[in-house]
Design a binder for this molecule. Structure first.
Ligand code: ATP
Length: 399
């Protein structure tokens, strides 16, 4: 079903702050859909409107064709998983998982059967009788997932569910969430500010900025063909160039004049006309570096530079290369045993080259966006704290 969870013109303000501004979006049944953006961009507010914890100022939310905008949380058939797990400390793993169904007064035998299935799904059969303070962070998160799934929600809402875990465990839990999703097949709506998490888990991603959706698409689409400079910079590293389209080159390419940089050839998929200002983005891994001048190719840009910095990162090396007024970020993947090679090093003169199709022309981002992209998450939105007294359809305690 292509229009399973639909947001129509949703807006929400808190006093003078517009948290969500005219968001329209469609989530398909069974997909893992992520809301991704910097802290304060409105993604949690959007999720809370789906859960029923916030009421939109304008707009509607439809689930499977039904308007759920004004339904109370416990009638929406959605469940939320919070960052801090929100397990009941005095109940065992088994009792935590069963809780929502017990509250709904369902037959005991049926609940027990489903709890057993959930314990198997999260591979926690051996821990069923432990209390939350007797299991690890990753295990608590799995119990939180089981406790939500046992209610058979139509949509599982996940609000930065892995933020409290360390990097290794986060990567492990991402794989587990993916497997659990494959097993149960329900729709996941996932909120995160971590682009790596969103890229590895999601079928599709909506990138948010200042309460609006900047772009929606599959992870590769968003990474390779970002619509705006904000998206290009937020999802991964990139190099930006400010230029002007100075000449047409064949039917499909433009020659760009960039102040403080040699002329550049770029594929023109946006129908940009000669004379227009252009913001060009080239990802660091699209560049090649060599000591020898590359063989001539009319569709390859080749510029001369000097290495200013080298950062060895195991699988890759990151170079900073000075080319006139620009300092380019270049990453090279190690394909051979690095110690046998004589890698390009600091201060060397090099040729930097890239194919004209590998540069991407974009809209320019505003100064406010730039500031937000450079602000650490903990400094944004610190003027408020979430309310203490809410639960979701499973009757879970306050997050
Ligand atoms: P984070 O990743 O930090 O949770 P977010 O993208 O989820 O950020 P929201 O929590 O949706 O962002 O907040 C969006 C904006 O709305 C922020 O400026 C925030 O300070 C503000 N906001 C959210 N909830 C409230 C509230 N209950 N009262 C006042 N302002 C709020």
């Amino acid at each position: 079903m292509d229009d399973f969870l639909v947001f129509e013109g949703l807006s929400k303000s808190f006093g003078a702050v517009q948290a969500v501004a005219q968001v329209s979006l469609t989530v398909r049944q069974g997909e893992i859909f992520s809301l991704l953006g910097p802290s304060g961009c409105g993604k949690t507010t959007l999720l809370r409107m789906v859960a029923g914890f916030e009421t939109p100022d304008t707009g509607r939310i439809l689930l499977g064709g039904e308007d759920i905008t004004d339904l109370p949380p416990n009638r929406r058939k959605v469940n939320t998983i919070f960052q801090n797990y929100a397990l009941f400390p005095h109940l065992s793993v088994r009792e935590n998982i069963a809780f929502g169904r017990r509250v709904a007064r369902q037959p005991r035998a049926e609940i027990e059967r489903d709890v057993d299935r959930m314990l198997e799904l999260i591979q926690m059969e051996a821990y069923a009788d432990r209390r939350p303070d007797e299991i690890s962070g990753g295990q608590k998160q799995r119990v939180a997932v089981a406790r939500a799934l046992i209610n058979k929600p139509r949509v599982l809402l996940l609000d930065e569910p892995l933020a409290a875990l360390d990097l290794k465990l986060r990567q492990h839990m991402l794989m587990e969430l993916d497997l659990i999703h494959d097993e149960v097949g329900i729709t996941f709506l996932y909120v995160t500010h971590d682009q790596g998490e969103a890229m590895s888990l999601s079928d599709r991603i909506a990138v948010m900025n200042h309460g609006r959706i900047e772009q929606t698409g599959a992870p590769a689409e968003i990474y390779e063909a970002p619509r705006s400079s904000f998206v290009a910079a937020f999802i991964g590293d990139t190099n930006f160039f400010d230029g002007v389209a100075s000449a047409q080159s064949g039917a499909d390419y433009l020659r760009l004049t960039i102040e403080g940089f040699p002329p550049v050839l770029c594929y023109n998929d946006k129908g940009i006309s000669v004379g227009a200002p252009v913001n060009l983005s080239v990802r660091p891994e699209k560049f090649s570096l060599s000591r020898e001048e590359p063989a001539a190719d009319p569709l390859r840009n080749v510029v001369r530079g000097q290495v200013e910095d080298v950062i060895y990162m195991g699988a890759q090396t990151k170079y900073w290369v000075r080319v006139e007024a620009y300092r380019l970020a270049v990453t090279l993947q190690h394909r051979r045993f690095a110690l046998d090679e004589k890698p390009i090093t600091w201060n060397e003169a090099v040729w930097v080259s890239w194919h004209a199709d590998d540069g991407f022309m974009l809209e320019r981002y505003s100064e406010a966006d730039e500031e937000l992209m450079n602000t650490p998450p903990e400094e944004v939105g610190e003027e408020w704290a979430p309310e203490e007294s809410e639960g979701d359809a499973a009757g879970s305690p306050a997050p």
